[in-house]
Write a protein that binds this ligand. Structure first.
Ligand SMILES: *[C@@H]1O[C@H](CO)[C@@H](O)[C@H](O)[C@H]1NC(C)=O
Length: 296
C-alpha cells in the first residue's frame, strides 16, 4: 500500500524544481446549459450553484451522461471532477472527446476506474484514431480524487495531444501522421458519463460493483470550453481550427518545454502502473507510435 503523503511530498519537490506549469487559467463559472446538454439518465442528474456544478448518479437502474452541444476541431478541454467515494469498484467515471463517426472512430479518453474502499483509483487514458484504440495507459494519482475537485485536461492541436492533471502533463500523443501513425483528426464532441464497467474496470473485471453502495456520485464543474467549435454544416472545415489565432495552437503549445517534460517524467516514473507500449504479452511488437512518443 503506498502512502499518499509521501507521494504528495515527492510531487511538491518536483514542482518546486520545475517551476509552475504555465497554462492560461481557464476555470470560469459558466452555467452548464451554455455549452452542454444531458445525453442520458436525466433523472440521475442534479445541478447546484446556479447550474455551475453538476452531479451524475448511478444506481442499479441507470447511470447518466452529458455532452457538448457542438463538436470541436481543436482545443484545450478542461473539466473539474470529483469521483465517487467509498467502495466504487466497477464504477467508471469518464471525461472524453469522441467523433460521431461509427467507422474510423476517433476518441481521446480519461476514465477513472473505481476501486474497493481504501484502494487507489486508477486513471486510464486512451487514444483511438481511425477506429484503432488499444492504447491504454493507467496511472495512480498523487492525491485522493474522491476528496476534492481536480482539473483533468486535454490539449488537442495539430502537433500533439497532451493529457494533464492539475496542469501537470501525464501523457503526450504526437501527431505522427507523416510516419503513418493515426491521429484524431475528425470533429469531436466533449462527453462525460458515470457507468457500470464491472466487466473490466477493476482487477480486470474480477471485482464487481457492490450495488448496496449505490447511488454512486460523480461531480463536475467548469463548463467553460476553450475549443474551436464546428457546427454541423462546418464539419468539413476542420482546417480552420488549426489557426494560430487559437491560443492552444500557438508555438508555445507545439511541444512541452524541458520543465514540463521533467514533471511528466517524474509523474510517469512514480505513478504509472500500466503502459500498452511495454505490454509484450499483448503487443509482441509494440505499435508504431510507441517509439515516436518516447519522452526524450
Ligand atoms: C497532423 O499533421 C499533419 C502534418 O504532418 C497535418 O497535415 C494534419 O492536419 C495534422 N492533423 C491535425 C488533426 O491537426
Amino acid at each position: 500500500m503506498y502512502s499518499h503523503q509521501q507521494l504528495m511530498m515527492d510531487l511538491v519537490v518536483v514542482l518546486l524544481l520545475c517551476g509552475v506549469l504555465l497554462l492560461p487559467s481557464t476555470a470560469k463559472d459558466v452555467p452548464f446549459d451554455d455549452n452542454y446538454r444531458i445525453t442520458y439518465g436525466n433523472d440521475h442528474v442534479a445541478f447546484f450553484n446556479q447550474g455551475t456544478q453538476l452531479q451524475l448518479s448511478m444506481d442499479v437502474h441507470s447511470g447518466a451522461g452529458f455532452g457538448s452541444k457542438v463538436n470541436y476541431g481543436s482545443g484545450f478541454f478542461d473539466m473539474r471532477i470529483k469521483v465517487p467515494n467509498k467502495d466504487s469498484a466497477g464504477v467508471v467515471t469518464t471525461f472524453y472527446l469522441s467523433s460521431n463517426s461509427q467507422y474510423a472512430h476517433d476518441e481521446v479518453d480519461f476514465e477513472f476506474l473505481g476501486n474497493k474502499e481504501g484502494k487507489p483509483y486508477a486513471l486510464q487514458t486512451n487514444v483511438f484514431a481511425r477506429g484503432v484504440g488499444g492504447r491504454e495507459e493507467r496511472t495512480l494519482l498523487w492525491f485522493d480524487p474522491t476528496a476534492d475537485f481536480h482539473s483533468y485536461q486535454i490539449l488537442w492541436n495539430p502537433y500533439h495531444i497532451v493529457f494533464y492533471v492539475d496542469n501537470i502533463p501525464i501523457r503526450i500523443y504526437k501527431n505522427n501522421t507523416a510516419s503513418g501513425v493515426g491521429y484524431p483528426s475528425q470533429p469531436m464532441q466533449i462527453l462525460a458519463s458515470l457507468w457500470d464497467g464491472d466487466g473490466w474496470a477493476t482487477d480486470g473485471g474480477k471485482t464487481k460493483t457492490d450495488w448496496s453502495q449505490a447511488p454512486f456520485i460523480a461531480s463536475y464543474q467548469d463548463f467553460n470550453v476553450d475549443g474551436c467549435p464546428l457546427t454541423d454544416n462546418q464539419n468539413m472545415d476542420i482546417q480552420r481550427c488549426q489557426s494560430p489565432n487559437y491560443w492552444w495552437n500557438q508555438r508555445k503549445f507545439w511541444k512541452l518545454d524541458s520543465n514540463q517534460m521533467k514533471a511528466m517524467e517524474a509523474v510517469r516514473n512514480k505513478y504509472m502502473n500500466y503502459d500498452y507500449c511495454s505490454d509484450r504479452n499483448r503487443y509482441p511488437v509494440p505499435p508504431l507510435e510507441c517509439s515516436s512518443n518516447t519522452y526524450e
